[in-house]
Design a protein around this ligand. Structure first.
Ligand code: 5GP
Ligand code: MG
Length: 174
């Protein structure tokens, strides 16, 4: 597998979308006790950029859910890091890198809902609606993608490429 010769989205194109999402969230979460639940590892850069662009107070927590082996979803979701803050009565925003089959976000939703928050929303930088296997939609979505596998800006292929500032398509080698 190799990277596309040019980025699908450059760092500055991504920041434009991140700004729009931060503005919407800042409007919707003004005056609410909000916890941003960043899904590790993929949403590391997105979460960090998004929260620094927001103009309302927000607490930060992390969750690590692993569901991917290579480029194909296994459908099994493991919680390697559970949230550390009590979510009860709080407005929780789950911050994801990408929604694909929807299985991971769905499992995280179940886990968060069990803690009886005041509300839950999903904010994902990328969304592949054509790949969905469960009925789930992002409340805040930055960029819609076709059926393609992307890496960079936090997103990996077998733990590579997360450090890249731009987003590339992962392609088959000839
Ligand atoms: P889902 O459970 O929705 O199928 O998958 C969600 C998770 O799978 C994402 O958080 C991400 O870690 C991984 N994933 C899904 N699509 C892609 C992709 O195109 N590229 C990368 N690098 N990871 C993906
Ligand atoms: Mg992920």
């Amino acid at each position: 597998m190799k990277l596309s010769s040019s980025p699908l989205y450059t760092a500055s194109q991504i920041q434009e979308r991140v700004e729009v999402l931060a503005e919407k969230l800042s409007q919707d979460y003004a005056g609410r006790e909000t916890i941003a639940l960043i899904v590790l590892k993929g949403a590391l850069h997105f979460g960090s950029d998004l929260l620094r662009k927001m103009t309302v107070p927000v607490s930060i927590d992390f969750i690590r859910a692993k569901s991917y082996k290579g480029a194909a979803s296994t459908g099994r979701v493991e919680f390697l890091v559970p949230p550390s803050l009590p979510l009860k009565g709080k407005h929780v925003v789950i911050i994801e890198d990408i929604l694909d089959t929807g299985l991971t976000a769905n499992a995280i939703l179940g886990r968060v809902n069990a803690a009886k928050p005041a509300s839950v929303a999903i904010c994902s930088l990328f969304d592949k609606p054509k790949c969905r296997e469960v009925d789930l939609r992002g409340d805040y979505v930055g960029i819609e993608l076709e059926r393609q596998f992307v890496v960079g800006y936090g997103m990996d292929y077998e733990e590579r490429y997360r450090e890249l500032p731009d987003v590339y398509v992962l392609e088959e080698e000839e």
